[in-house]
Ligand binder design. Structure first.
Ligand code: ADP
Ligand code: FBP
Ligand code: MG
Length: 320
């Protein structure tokens, strides 16, 4: 293994830069050079490369986003796109590729490795935490903390005006972010796509809480549950309690990575380089019960990670 290529793909996640830094510095210790491909798979298709050295990754451990930039790319999903990418890797004498991204990037990497025999290692980085096989992804903890900071502020105004708020958080089709944010802000209600709910039950809980003396209500809703605007309207009409919607949006994807996100980036970066250096192909660095390990792309891509529903139950118990 002489040269490793690195790409960040899909939605950016705080801590991606810390992972790039770790890869470059661990590779250096193994005598391996690193080059970066810019803007996700696009950089592999169009041969946009950036040399990465231990000095060029100085001062990025604390930066959100990704210095390699990223993209969502349709062309890579075609045979032709993958062939072009394979030629780029050969032209740059890349012996192994590290993909830093989420579930979509890993499905792409899996296809790519099957079609072109490319040696790949994965590093899970997405605020959604929706990668099977790892308890946590880089960026998740940062996005949780960003959500918590914002919702604590919303609680102040909600309590002052006896209001209910629906706060919509990201997560695509999954409820990992909503569940963790909801539990840790003391939300009265958490709505996730994994659990069907009836608006009447939500109204019922709000009315019971109000009768018990609660001055505000926070509903943390995952974006995947559907139309939160319509839900806020329905709650207000049924309960006669002023109900507002606040969509947290893209701020959840940015900002300085937390220590936790930087830690995961550092240990995953080291693991991914070592997988390739040791000839262990097509593994994703993963955290399982506090230990760093590897899970195959094959397994991760065909399984769906379960949401721990006990988080929702605990949040309900604690918000009475
Ligand atoms: N099934 C697939 N086959 C080939 N390429 C894919 C597939 N799914 C995703 N990709 C590629 O990976 C990119 C990143 O995936 P996406 O789902 O957008 O983000 P993330 O990796 O953060 O989940 C997509 O824009 C696309 O180029
Ligand atoms: O940036 P876009 O294309 O608007 O996509 C928004 C989506 O990206 C995310 O922020 C991150 O998702 P991915 O990690 O799958 O890219 C989701 O939570 C959100 O649904
Ligand atoms: Mg994803």
């Amino acid at each position: 293994m002489r040269t490793i290529g690195v790409v960040t793909s899909g939605g950016d996640a705080p801590g991606m830069n810390a992972a790039i830094r770790a890869i470059v510095r661990v590779a250096q210790a193994h005598g391996i050079a690193v080059i970066g491909f810019e803007r996700g798979w696009e950089g592999l298709i169009y041969d946009n490369v950036m040399s990465l050295t231990p000095r060029s990754v100085s001062g990025i451990i604390q930066q959100g986003g990704t210095i390699l930039r990223t993209s969502r790319n349709k062309e890579f999903m075609t045979d032709e796109g993958m062939q072009k990418a394979s030629v780029t890797l050969a032209n740059n004498k890349v012996d192994g590729l590290i993909v830093i991204g989420g579930d979509g990037s890993f499905r792409a990497a899996h296809e790519f490795s099957k079609k072109t025999d490319t040696r790949i290692a994965g590093i899970p980085a997405t605020i959604d935490n929706d990668v099977y096989g790892t308890d946590e992804t880089i960026g998740f903890d940062t996005a949780v903390n960003t959500g918590v900071t914002e919702i604590d502020k919303i609680r102040d105004t909600a309590t002052s005006l006896d209001r209910v708020f629906i706060v919509e958080v990201m997560g695509r089709t999954r409820g990992f972010l909503a569940a963790m944010i909801g539990l840790t802000v003391g939300a009265e209600i958490i709505l996730v796509p994994e659990v069907k709910f009836q608006p009447e039950e939500v109204c019922d809980t709000i009315l019971k809480n109000s009768a018990a003396g609660k001055k505000s209500g926070i509903i943390v809703a995952a974006e995947g549950i559907g139309d939160t605007h319509a839900l806020a309207k329905e709650i207000q009409e049924h309960t006669r309690i002023e109900t507002r919607l606040s969509v947290l949006g893209y701020a959840q994807r940015g900002g300085h990575p937390t220590a936790r996100s930087r830690f995961l980036a550092s240990v995953f970066g080291k693991a991914a380089v070592e997988f390739l250096a040791d000839g262990k192909e097509n593994l994703i660095a993963a955290l399982q019960h506090g230990k760093v390990t590897g899970i195959s792309f094959d397994e991760s891509c065909c399984k769906s990670k379960e949401l721990d529903l006990r988080l929702l139950k605990l949040a309900r118990e604690l918000s009475k």
